[in-house]
Design a binder for this molecule. Structure first.
Ligand code: FAD
Length: 287
């Protein structure tokens, strides 16, 4: 099937892109890598009279280390970030999550900002953002807004971006202590969206866990931070019973039942992937 007809706009500055969205309101949609939007248009699950292509906005494609964070422009390709030594050094969890997204052809076009703005509950990057406490920078008609990732993912494919706002960048805090990170997921085939997944980071000081971030994906309407499990890990330290922490994480979830997996299956697998991921993250931090 082909998409419904639309007018194509190719602004070369963020200011012009914001102005085009403001001019066309509900009838306009930003286009990034097109790996989610184009299939939706082609299947006629969505249609817009105007597409505002962000690919010509050069200012959205930079990666910069500032004030303890790595700021990644929205249009940085997933493949570029995946192969960036700067990203690997500053935000290892992101580097490890990126190869799990689809196939390399998808990552060659798909963008960091597109994945976060799309807010698919089974996507890896929203969970990485939540686990690390990233901040989203949005640019709109009334200026720049900074949104904590905790407040950003509202529901399936729904975020805190307001009408006319463009996600300009994501700031990932650089966890600079003695840290370990891991991402684990279960998918039917390599490259499929995860049925269940978890992204986690731990910072240790001797036997103490001084910081923990654990976020699940594929198990609810959005990526979900499992705060009770984080607290239990901090209370238990590096010797904590990880099976029990997996159980605590799963208890917080009401996963969907669908054609791919039952809710009960997802819940059971959630506990297992949390245990596995935490075990690897703690081993890395304490080696
Ligand atoms: C076969 C296949 C397998 C896939 N597997 C996975 C997977 O395992 N894990 C995973 O996470 N993803 C997967 N994806 C999706 C892929 O990661 C997409 O690249 C991503 O979800 C969207 O990024 P994009 O740059 O392509 O955005 P687009 O498709 O261009 O846009 C997606 C949505 O976000 C909005 N948007 C994009 N950028 C901005 C911005 N800067 N500001 C405001 N709104 C914006 C668009 O308007 C649109 O609504 C898969 C895709 C395919 C086709």
């Amino acid at each position: 099937m082909k998409p419904a007809p639309f007018r194509y706009h190719a602004p070369e500055s963020l200011e012009n892109a914001v102005a085009l969205l403001a001019e066309h309101g509900d009838e306009a949609k930003p286009l990034a890598g097109g790996q989610s939007l184009v299939p939706m248009l082609s299947l006629r699950l969505a249609s817009f009279e105007h597409l505002v292509d962000l690919n010509g906005v050069a200012s959205l494609s930079s990666i910069a280390r500032t004030n303890g964070s790595l700021r990644i422009g929205a249009m940085v390709r997933q493949a570029t970030a995946e192969h960036s030594p700067e990203v690997a050094g500053a935000v290892p969890l992101l580097s490890r999550a990126l190869p799990l997204i689809g196939h390399f052809q998808i990552r060659n076009r798909g963008t960091i900002g597109g994945s976060i703005a799309h807010g698919d509950p089974a996507s890896e990057l929203p969970a990485v953002a939540l686990a690390l406490r990233a901040t989203v920078e949005a640019e709109g008609p009334s200026g720049t807004r900074r949104i904590a990732s905790e407040d950003f993912f509202v529901s399936t494919w729904e975020t805190a971006l307001r009408d006319g706002e463009i996600l300009a960048a994501v700031e990932f805090p650089v966890w600079s202590g003695t840290c370990g990170f891991a991402i684990e997921e279960v998918a039917r085939r390599h490259g499929d969206f995860a049925l269940v997944g978890v992204a986690c980071g731990v910072e240790v000081n001797g036997p103490s866990v001084v910081r923990a971030g654990i976020a699940m994906f594929g198990v609810g309407p959005t990526a979900i931070r499992v705060a009770a499990a984080e607290h239990a890990l901090i209370a238990g330290g590096t010797g904590a019973d990880l099976t029990e922490i997996g159980r605590i994480a799963a208890n917080d979830l009401t996963p969907p039942d669908d054609v791919h997996a039952s809710s009960a299956y997802r819940k059971q697998v959630a506990a297992v992937v949390v245990r596995r991921a935490l075990s690897r993250a703690i081993a890395e931090a304490t080696k």
